[in-house]
Design a protein around this ligand. Structure first.
Ligand code: NDP
Length: 399
């Protein structure tokens, strides 16, 4: 029987919800490319309830315990004295969400002698040292596509809110003001702007599709080129590298995974190649952007705005410069954890567990590492290596 350790974010400060803003979720038939939605044999939760926090338990307890497995759920994940570090010692399976990542560094993996499976309840397994997982033969799987559309909606919202200066304008109303000039002195239409995505996978392409009706000029860079027909349909221009793309863009959105190739991609040099007053939206991973270079670029005006929901580490220390830099629209990591997305990734996690326990293959598109190498989606979109360095700083959030 397996010991499953599941790391989830804390419940709301007012307690686990007893009612919800809406009565249900729209029913989706499949993902936009035809991929089927998560298909476990059953679920033990009501779609639309909070599943990603500790009391929600991803809806897994009944299923696991009825089969004789044990489930430990905790939000205490950072530092050597954390519950996670203690429970990891004899865990067979770890489940973690990118929003509140249980960093599986090489050091932690070396202490987790029984660990065989690391599931990301979401997309993006950079919180796992993939190189160490490869070397130890640990399977890493994520719920590919579960929240890609959720994030793409968020990206469009953030591009518009930065360009139109939405957040400061909202704040004037809350403060009791009617300061139109203060609000509009930094407000622009995106119509006619050049907007480029770094990464045109599930999220990047969905962002391009959603932006097209705004009559903007679209650009992308990716390791693999989109099919001709898609390029034509979207009227999107391909650039071989991000360096080539950013000088022609007013807005850049980052939608590539964090792996050794993309870590620190947006450093001082790359940001220096962007148009003065460009907007940068990063909902991919914090570490793709250099923390201090972003803050400096907002201070000097090289960037007119920066928004996103991803930081490094997570949670970021209270003095992280992105909390206080000018012209930012940062939130905690939420874009992929809407109640809609939670329903899909909880079901996908259950599907992966059912496959694992029954000895059935996990869907190829869910695999990141298997059999001692990058596999499935991981082989297509990641490079081997480690992107967890520095994650121990997450323990500073508590102090
Ligand atoms: P996909 O795998 O569908 O797309 C990722 C794309 O990035 C692929 O097309 C890949 O290229 C491309 N890519 C990889 N490396 C590079 C590179 N060096 N330069 C340019 N492009 C590159 O994943 P999704 O679109 O679903 O998700 C993308 C990322 O977004 C996730 O890995 C995750 O980090 C983040 N994410 C964030 C969420 C949030 O809540 N904020 C939620 C979900 C995801 P190719 O495959 O062609 O090699």
């Amino acid at each position: 029987m397996a010991k499953v350790v599941c790391v989830l974010y804390d419940d709301p400060v007012d307690g686990y919800p007893t009612t919800y803003a809406r009565d249900g979720l729209p029913k989706l038939e499949h993902y936009p490319d035809g991929q089927t939605l998560p298909s476990p044999k059953a679920i033990d939760f009501q779609p639309g309830v909070l599943l990603g926090s500790v009391s929600g338990e991803l809806g897994l307890r009944k299923f696991l315990e009825s089969q004789g497995h044990s489930l430990v759920v905790t939000s205490d994940k950072d530092g050597p004295d954390s519950v996670f570090e203690r429970e990891l010692a004899d865990a067979d399976i770890v489940i973690s969400q990118p929003f509140w990542p249980a960093y599986l560094t090489a050091e932690r993996i070396s202490k987790a002698g029984k660990l065989k499976l690391a599931i990301t309840a979401g997309i993006g397994s950079d919180h796992v040292d993939l190189q160490a997982a490869i070397e130890r033969g640990i399977t890493v799987a994520e719920v590919t596509y579960c929240n890609s559309i959720s994030v793409s909606e968020h990206v469009v919202m953030m591009i518009l809110s930065l360009a139109r200066n939405y957040i400061p304008s909202y704040e004037w109303v809350v403060k009791g003001g009617w300061n139109i000039a203060d609000c509009v002195a930094r407000s622009y239409d995106i119509e006619g702007m050049d907007i480029g995505t770094v990464g045109a996978g599930r999220i990047g392409t969905a962002v391009l599709r959603r932006l097209k009706p705004f009559d903007v000029k679209l650009h992308y860079t990716d390791r693999h080129r989109l099919p001709d027909a898609v390029e034509k349909e979207l009227g999107v221009t391909f650039h071989k590298t991000a360096e080539e793309m950013v000088p022609v863009c007013d807005v850049v959105t980052i939608n590539a995974p964090l792996h050794p190739e993309t870590e620190n991609l947006f450093d001082e040099v790359m940001i220096g190649k962007m148009r003065r007053g460009a907007y940068l939206v990063n909902t991919a991973r914090g570490k793709i952007c250099n923390r201090d270079a972003i803050a400096r670029a907002l201070e000097t005006g090289q960037l007119a705005g920066y928004a996103g929901d991803v930081w490094f580490p997570q949670p970021p220390p209270k003095d992280h410069p992105w909390r206080s830099m000018p012209h930012h629209g940062m939130t905690p990591h939420i874009s992929g954890s809407s109640l809609s997305a939670q329903t899909r990734y909880a079901a996908g996690t259950r599907e992966i567990l059912e496959c694992w326990f029954e000895g059935r293959p996990i869907r190829e598109e869910y695999l990141i590492v298997a059999g001692g190498k990058l596999a499935g989606a991981g082989a297509h979109s990641y490079s081997a290596g480690d992107a967890t360095r520095g994650s121990e700083e997450a323990a500073r959030f508590k102090t």
